[in-house]
Design a protein around this ligand. Structure first.
Ligand SMILES: CC/C=C\CC(=O)SCCNC(=O)CCNC(=O)[C@H](O)C(C)(C)COP(=O)(O)OP(=O)(O)OC[C@H]1O[C@@H](n2cnc3c(N)ncnc32)[C@H](O)[C@@H]1OP(=O)(O)O
Length: 648
């Protein structure tokens, strides 16, 4: 809701109140409109101040409403225009944040005064939508095309100082902005408003406008491959240059509706809430992130292939900084490791692990990922104090590998043959319709980086290969289960990955980083097929997608059914942050809900019938139980299939 207060000195105050972040719900919108009408019809009111309760101006439209019919026409844009056209000056007194629709309310005001710590921005693009309540038409008029494009396509939030320099804010204050706003409003009661209405301005002209747009299109295509929102945002901004305001806002609306109704917007908004829910874990005994105790660190060690080189590298001081920052925030509760490593596996140049022992003898592992000149730190635990450490915290059982490594390894084992096929068909990759495949490709790069001999050693230890393998064991069977000996054969040929200069790929030199497909692998595969009388066949894109992904999704259902993961959202957050799963697909569980559980079940049944020696394709009981309900929404899964006894 929004409160209306009559203030002394001919002023009225409209205060948005909708905890926790004063998001714009239908009730809030109605409240602001009503307040505006009251102020307009009260002839004793000469100016209006708009603010937010509890130190927060407004975090934008309530994201929950994008899944309701209200989202296709919130009426916020009309309100923003009504504010601009208002004959009485409107002053936005901004504190905390003015994001998305909140910033649009501020742009609809004639003056904007903000506290120095205020954050402003248009984060809509990160939710798969665009600033559709006039944002794409007003911001370019106010600050020019290059700056508006930057803010709208990146979704980045900026502090008041930067917003002031860009021209978004009129004044930045160190004390209570409401007090200052009220004081200021008293000084502008009779000022003309025409020049304060952004809708009346023309977009500042720059000579190379076309080139600017072409460059930004190229930039976002490269930076956010597969995402539709960034390009659509650019189109909306382009409309502000091409058309007068009244036409531009119509185009903005059409583009906004297209995005709101897209599957990508649903996935990205799901991811927003999934991350927040996943962080609210608690153990069956009632321990949560908030109640877990902080443990002092007694020992720190660094493990990793390139540690020697690394310690000489310029990244060292950053590692030290990270170590220094860790102690105040490490939390460990009972038998649980509280957090999971978000490990992004894209163009990884160096990967090593920092091991920390706390005073009570427990260990935490921190993954450091070096991407070119940049060092990113991902942790298995949580540090509240660190700017350097980015993390999501998710509760997993002590054997956390169950959810992460084993998860992928198991699903890979079942589909290794198909992966190898895919790897050899790079042309197929470029035409594959979904970047989810990329995570499979990354597996090969990561295996090469980690060293193929690591897995080989493990398999030898398990008696799956090497001297412990009983004589006469068929090469492609272990018991009744299909086995893929290709990674073992690669190792037997000395192809240990990056360190030997060849593995799944060939590299410029041993320990080199420049990789390219190796014709050796294709030749080897032909011979392999001949040796084992495997009839070559064309594997369709659908089959590749279904066998790779559905095996993984099946495994996720097994983990859920066994109580190893707390919820489908936890699994999705792990995949989003740990494996570079494209965010616009929400995560494997969300993806499953969009495909339909009965479709996934049917396909798995089909592939399992065709390949009864691949247990990963056998549909899990949990999936079967859920599919019996049709395609229930993800939020209902645990209620419908029953909550298994928790392993957390
Ligand atoms: C016609 C279309 C026009 C406009 C479209 C829009 O305005 S779309 C919305 C644009 N705004 C955003 O994207 C802001 C999203 N929120 C945030 O970035 C952060 O939440 C924020 C506001 C910076 C606060 O961050 P903080 O770390 O302090 O808290 P947290 O993220 O945990 O959020 C606290 C709770 O608030 C809920 N929430 C935040 N923003 C919204 C929102 N816009 N709508 C609904 N709910 C929101 C968030 O889920 C948390 O709730 P909880 O129940 O605790 O999970």
């Amino acid at each position: 809701m929004a409160e209306y207060l009559r203030l002394p000195h001919s002023l009225a105050l409209i205060r948005i109140r909708n905890p926790p972040v004063n998001a714009i719900s239908p009730a809030v919108l109605y409240g602001i409109k009503e307040g505006l009408q009251k102020a307009v019809s009260d002839h004793t009111v000469k100016a209006i101040v708009i603010s937010g309760a509890d130190g927060k101006f407004c975090a934008g439209v309530d994201i929950h409403v994008f899944s309701t019919p209200w989202s296709s026409d919130t009426g916020l844009g009309d309100l923003v225009d009504e504010m601009q056209r208002n004959k009485k000056p409107v002053v936005a007194a901004i504190e905390g944040m003015a994001l998305g629709g909140g910033l649009e309310l501020a742009l609809g005001s004639h003056y904007r005064i903000a506290h120095v710590q205020t954050e402003t921005g248009f984060p809509e693009v990160t939710l798969g939508i665009l600033p559709g309540a006039r944002g794409t038409q007003l911001l370019p008029r106010l600050i020019g095309i290059p700056a508006a494009l930057d803010l709208i396509t990146s979704g980045r939030c900026i502090l008041a100082g930067e917003a002031f320099k860009l021209g978004i804010l009129d004044k930045v204050v160190n004390s209570d902005p409401l007090e200052k706003g009220i004081k200021f409003a008293r000084t502008i009661l009779d000022q003309p408003l025409e020049c304060r209405r952004i809708m009346n301005k023309t977009v500042p002209n720059v000579p190379n406008m076309d080139a600017i747009f072409s460059e930004v299109f190229a930039k976002v295509r490269k930076q956010y491959p597969g995402y539709i929102a960034p390009e659509t945002c650019i189109r909306a901004v382009q409309a502000s240059v091409k058309h007068p305001y009244e036409v531009g806002i119509k185009e903005e609306k059409e583009l906004a509706v297209y995005l709101v109704e897209s599957g990508q917007a649903r996935a990205l908004q799901y991811a927003f809430f999934a991350e927040r829910n996943a962080n609210k874990w608690s153990t069956p005994s009632g321990v949560s992130w908030k109640t877990a105790s902080v443990r002092p660190i007694s020992l720190v060690g660094v493990l990793g292939k390139h540690v020697g080189e690394f310690l000489d590298s310029p990244h060292l001081h950053m590692v030290r900084a990270a170590i220094y920052l860790v102690p105040s925030g490490v939390k460990f509760c009972g038998k649980h490791i509280a957090v999971l490593a978000p490990l992004i596996l894209i163009q990884v140049h160096e990967l090593f692990i920092l091991c920390v022992r706390t005073g009570d003898g427990n260990f935490f592992f921190f993954f450091f990922v070096v991407l070119g000149p940049e060092l990113r730190t991902y942790t298995l635990s949580h540090s509240t104090s660190s700017q350097l450490i980015e993390m999501e915290n998710i509760l997993v059982p002590r054997g956390w590998g169950e959810v992460v490594s084993t998860f992928l390894t198991i699903s890979n084992n079942g589909t290794m043959n198909i992966h190898v096929q895919v790897l050899c068909r790079h042309t197929v990759f470029s035409s594959l319709r979904d970047s989810i495949y990329v995570i499979y490709i990354r597996n090969f790069r990561v295996s090469d980086l980690a060293g193929l001999d690591v897995g080989w050693k493990g398999r030898k230890g398990q008696g799956l290969t090497g001297p412990a393998l009983p004589p006469g064991t068929p090469a492609r069977k272990r018991g009744n289960i299909r086995y893929c000996p290709i990674p073992d054969i690669l190792c037997e040929s000395g192809r240990f990955g990056q360190k030997t200069g060849k593995g799944w790929y060939q590299y410029d030199k041993p320990l080199g980083r420049i990789h390219k497909p190796d014709p050796w692998l294709s030749k080897f595969l032909s011979q392999y097929r001949e040796t084992y009388h495997i009839e070559p066949r064309v594997i369709s894109q659908d089959e590749i997608l279904e066998r790779c992904l559905y095996a993984l999704i099946n495994e996720a259902f097994r983990i859920l059914g066994e109580g190893i993961a707390a919820s489908p959202e936890h699994i999705d957050v792990i995949y989003l942050h740990g494996y570079g799963w494209p965010r616009y697909r929400g995560g494997p569980m969300f993806y499953a809900s969009t495909v339909g559980l009965s479709t996934i079940l049917e396909k798995l049944q089909k592939y399992y019938r065709q390949n009864p020696d691949i247990p990963q394709l056998e549909p899990s009981n949990y999936l079967k139980k859920l599919a019996a309900h049709g395609n229930p929404p993800l939020k209902e899964w645990q209620r419908l299939a029953g909550t298994p006894s928790s392993k957390l």
